[in-house]
Design a protein around this ligand. Structure first.
Ligand SMILES: *[C@@H]1O[C@H](CO)[C@@H](O)[C@H](O)[C@H]1NC(C)=O
Ligand SMILES: *[C@@H]1O[C@H](CO)[C@@H](O)[C@H](O)[C@H]1NC(C)=O
Ligand SMILES: *[C@@H]1O[C@H](CO)[C@@H](O)[C@H](O)[C@H]1NC(C)=O
Length: 330
């Protein structure tokens, strides 16, 4: 007679142990929308300052990630003030150095991990991501550069289209910067949202928006489609001096620092950033260059913040003619 393998005998016990060990949160129904920052979830021990720098503490406030929800983490020193909590890995990440980042005079980190610049043109719109279910345009603002042939540019707003929705996320124009003032502007399907208070959040069917800081930071998610973190930042005096931006007191060029994560891109995806997520993508930027620049500006040019008429467009969701509109937020 065949004897049962000892492993098979153990199996039910192992399974049982796994079930009782698995985190309770996974079985909980939807987590409630966050309470006041600081009030719930004990902060972790701050790391001791290094050269006078005390890293910021961040947490995931998205109810879509119950296992990570509301746990505080310290930012790493290399990005003490600009990290965010990646709800997927549940780790603090330097927002400008991970794939999907768009920061500064726009510097992109592609899905393939390659960093490049795409300067576009000031006061124009460009297709950043274009796929059948998702299309994202960026509105670029800029400043004349006396020395170079191109202008300095930054991404001021995003026009995001998914299903039949249009979401506009932008930085309001401002002369002087105040961290405690709201410079973020959001409208959904043409209706401006009032982002009242540090606990503001918004839910409408598959769209969830939560703050990543009490002002000027937001995480935007559409389940199984994308997650975007956006923070409004000014050009500081120091940054202006280093790069020769010549920022004056009438405009601090508030713009967006962005982190993109995509969960459902097709292999047709295109756009300045989008194409770098294709499995067959071979980077066109000169890697040997000190500052690799992505060229081909006309290919990505689009006629408005909600237009999908760039030549690389793949957006197929909305029927009818491309919509035009200004990406200018005041
Ligand atoms: C959700 O979006 C739809 C379409 O824009 C809008 O008509 C509705 O008022 C929104 N609901 C809420 C609760 O904001
Ligand atoms: C994911 O992509 C597939 C195929 O492109 C599409 O049918 C589906 O609607 C997408 N899901 C979401 C949530 O956008
Ligand atoms: C700086 O900007 C001011 C006002 O826009 C302009 O008059 C001046 O020529 C600029 N200086 C340099 C060095 O570009």
């Amino acid at each position: 007679m065949k004897t049962t393998s000892p492993l098979l005998l153990w199996l039910p016990l192992l399974l049982f142990a796994w079930v009782i060990e698995s985190p309770v949160a996974a079985q909980q129904p939807e987590v409630a929308i966050p309470a006041a920052p600081g009030k719930s979830g004990p902060p972790v021990k701050p790391i001791p300052p290094l050269n006078g720098v005390v890293p910021k503490q961040v947490r995931c406030l998205s109810p879509l990630f119950p296992l990570c929800f509301n746990q505080w983490h310290n930012c790493p020193f290399e990005c003490a003030n600009t990290c965010f909590l990646d709800c997927v890995s549940c780790k603090p990440v330097c927002s400008c150095n991970t794939p999907g980042a768009v920061c500064q005079d726009p510097r992109f980190v592609g899905g393939d991990g390659v960093t490049f610049f795409f300067h576009g043109r000031k006061n124009e719109d460009f297709c950043l991501v274009s796929d059948p279910n998702l299309h994202i345009n960026g509105h670029f603002i800029g400043k004349r550069n006396q020395k170079l042939t191109r202008d300095f540019t930054w991404v001021q707003s995003l026009g995001i289209m998914f299903d039949d929705h249009q979401l506009l996320v932008g930085a309001k124009r401002t002369s002087t910067w105040d961290d405690n003032e709201e410079h973020l502007y959001i409208s959904f399907n043409g209706t401006p949202l009032s982002l009242d208070g540090p606990n503001w959040n918004y839910r409408n069917s598959s769209l969830v928006m939560t703050r990543t800081s009490s002002t000027n930071g937001v995480a935007i998610e559409v389940q199984d489609n994308f997650r975007i973190t956006a923070a409004v930042v000014p050009i500081g005096a120091e940054e202006s001096r280093i790069h020769g931006y010549n920022i004056t007191n009438d405009d601090c060029f508030a713009h967006l620092e962005l982190g993109f994560k995509f969960f459902n891109l097709s292999d047709k995806v295109d756009g300045v950033l989008g194409q770098t997520y294709r499995s067959n993508y071979v980077s066109k930027v000169k890697l040997s260059a000190n500052m690799p620049v992505m060229g081909g500006i006309p290919k990505y040019s689009t006629s408005g913040i909600f237009a999908y008429d760039c030549t690389v467009s793949r957006f197929a969701r909305a029927n009818g003619t491309p919509v035009t509109g200004s990406g200018k937020v005041f």
